[in-house]
Design a protein around this ligand. Structure first.
Ligand code: ATP
Length: 602
């Protein structure tokens, strides 16, 4: 039966709109996500308390940072008027600590801001614009990276005049290459995405595209890096002050630690307070950075692919019994992905299927209904972030969930064959077609090279390739899409699998070729006695080739049955809606579409 492109199912816009609405309404603001992490919340609370004390310095510090009282030299903790004592010059330690907090805050602010402004701007420009711009920015930042960080800051002291703010300004440039690299790599990754192309085509200028589409991608990594850079700026400023580099007038943790160090045996607490505060601030920033990384980049739940024992989160109450005759039994399968809140949401919910030997089951449903996920779970090819939440997949009496990667590899390509949707992208352009088939056949069958070549040529001929020798010696770009699909079918059936999983095998092909490919699959199925799980969104394919149909909607099977029954007497409203949407070629509408009528009237 030939197939009409009109048979393709619609993807109801209403559902999409509802879906995107529900997704956006679920989206939690970043700050809420961060605060939900106890580590981030504690680190932020500690930093907030410390820096609020710093901001209140003019109100709560009893003395100026350099105000000294020689009668109070090395005064111990608790001395009247000097809560934490006084240092070797008789300066109040509590007041100096408060002023030092502000020095640290300003250092972090200047160093981080300069690094962010320079690094982000250069990263966006270097990543987004052409090769020349990229080469120039790359060269400049490579040069910056070769500069000897802290040493350079010391050498430049005569220029900065010992002012820590100027030093931190320069330090910001030294931190910038780290940010530049992050941003540039992210920009290179997104600039060729289709949505960026679409924005370009829709007339958006480069600045708008960079601001709207690209900057949003780099926001998370920048926030994370900022936390670490703030810690580093504070440490470097303190380190320089400890070494005595810079103005001695500026109160800072480093200068206080140096002074406390000198009096370590006389008054050990002088060393303790600034060290403790500096340690708490930098540790909090590091912990905050780590939490931000988890929150913004997603500490995804561990993948539970076939191969690792899946964690059964929930067990359906309606678990069906396995059909003893079935070659494939999927029972109560659940597959989930981490969502925007890192809470997993199921995209396949309690799917049960069963497929007897020599039977063709069409798994049908609109885009996003979970057909491919169900098929990939059976092949053990779910992406790493997928979580199998429940269920079982039994093939030929063997449980596949928990089988392990090695176990699945021995089944894939031998007992279970797979035909992908995009034939061209499944052939490696660097190798000849024949070499790719021979390699697959030899690894699954252990045939010698010569035997594998003979068998491959036979299979190519069997799969309708007119000149097998020529195709065998061709590179993928030298053959058509239809031929490429025949090549992949030859590869998939080479080991005479018991089960063939075909994921939309005709969707990418020309309409004239689609029917031939389906005929070929039907012939091969009969000849080799395979069962076929046919993933499709096309009822034309179902009618053409399938014995049984399972209809999927939003991750669930809503109806199952023999193909004739599903077509003649669909029970579920969704199945009826899908079938109604197939345009009956005998009753092609003759009236003008509504828009045209309205357009004509206006
Ligand atoms: N890596 C992933 N991360 C998050 N969600 C995913 C991922 N892969 C698939 N999904 C979601 O799983 C759902 C089912 O996808 P699946 O590919 O199985 O749909 P489908 O019915 O095969 O549709 P199509 O015919 O368009 O491929 C979709 O909502 C999809 O967004």
């Amino acid at each position: 039966m030939s197939e009409s492109p009109l048979n393709h199912l619609p993807t109801p816009g209403v559902d999409d709109a509802e879906h995107s609405q529900s997704v956006s309404s679920q989206r939690t603001p970043i700050w809420k996500k961060i605060l939900r992490d106890p580590q981030a919340a504690i680190a932020l609370a500690i930093l907030a308390v410390i820096f609020i004390f710093g901001a209140l310095t003019p109100l709560i510090a009893p003395y100026g940072p350099n105000e000294s009282n020689l009668s109070m030299v090395n005064a111990p903790v608790g001395t009247e008027g000097h809560l934490l004592g006084a240092d070797e010059s008789g300066r109040d330690i509590f007041s100096r600590l408060l002023h030092s907090i502000n020095t640290a805050a300003i250092s972090a602010l200047i160093g981080t801001s300069v690094a962010l402004v320079v690094g982000v701007a250069a990263g966006l420009i270097g990543g987004y614009f052409g090769r020349t711009t990229q080469t120039v920015t790359e060269w400049i930042f490579a040069l910056l990276m070769t500069l000897p960080g802290v040493l350079l800051l010391i050498i430049l002291m005569p220029i900065t005049g010992g002012d820590y703010r100027s030093t931190m300004f320069i330090f910001g440039f030294l931190l910038a290459p780290g940010i530049y690299r992050i941003v540039r790599n992210l920009v290179v990754g997104v600039k060729n995405e289709l949505y960026v192309d679409a924005a370009r085509v829709s007339g958006l200028g480069n600045v708008r595209i960079l601001g709207r589409h690209v900057l949003s991608v780099v926001r998370g990594p920048i926030i994370i890096a900022a936390a670490f850079m703030a810690g580093s700026a504070i440490s470097v400023q303190s380190g320089l002050a400890f070494l005595g580099v810079g103005s001695t007038e500026i109160p800072s943790f480093g200068a206080m630690i140096a002074s406390g160090f000198r009096n370590l045996y006389i008054a050990p607490t002088q060393f303790l307070w600034p060290s403790l505060l500096l340690g708490v601030i930098t540790a909090s920033l590091v912990l905050l950075g780590n939490s931000l990384r988890d929150t913004l980049e997603g500490s995804k739940p561990k993948a539970s692919k076939i191969g690792s024992a899946p964690e059964v989160v929930e067990k359906s109450t309606e678990v069906e019994l396995e059909d003893p005759e079935a070659i494939l039994s999927v029972l109560d399968l659940g597959i989930a992905y981490p969502g925007v809140d890192d809470e997993v949401s199921e995209v396949v919910r309690g799917v049960s299927l069963s497929l007897k030997p020599r039977e063709i089951l069409g798994l049908v449903g609109e885009s996003g209904s979970g057909k491919s996920q169900t098929a990939f779970a059976t092949l053990g090819l779910l992406p790493p972030e997928a979580v199998i939440t429940r269920g079982s997949i039994r093939f030929d009496g063997q449980e596949l969930l928990g089988l392990g990667d090695k176990g699945m590899r021995t089944l894939r390509g031998s007992a279970i064959g797979y035909i992908p949707q995009e034939p061209m992208s499944n052939l490696d352009p660097s190798f000849k077609v024949g070499a790719q088939l021979v390699e697959g056949l030899r690894s699954s069958s252990g045939l010698s090279r010569k035997e594998a070549k003979e068998r491959t040529l036979e299979l190519l001929e069997r799969c309708g390739i007119a000149d097998p020798e020529r195709t065998f010696n061709a590179y993928p770009h030298e053959i058509s899409g239809g031929m490429a699909q025949r090549v992949l079918i030859a590869g998939a059936v080479a080991s005479r699998p018991k089960l063939l999983i075909a994921d939309e095998p005709t969707t990418a092909l020309d309409v004239t070729v689609q029917a031939d490919i389906l005929d070929l699959l039907r012939d091969l199925q009969e000849e080799f006695g395979m069962a076929i799980l046919m993933v499709t969104h096309n009822f034309g394919v179902v009618a053409d080739i399938c014995d049984q149909v399972a209809v999927m909607k939003k991750g669930e099977i809503v109806e199952r049955g023999k193909t004739e029954r599903i077509f003649s007497d669909p029970q579920d409203p969704y199945t009826r809606m899908l079938l109604d949407s197939i345009l009956d070629e005998d009753s092609v509408r003759e009236d003008a579409p509504a828009q045209l009528v309205e357009g004509g009237r206006s």
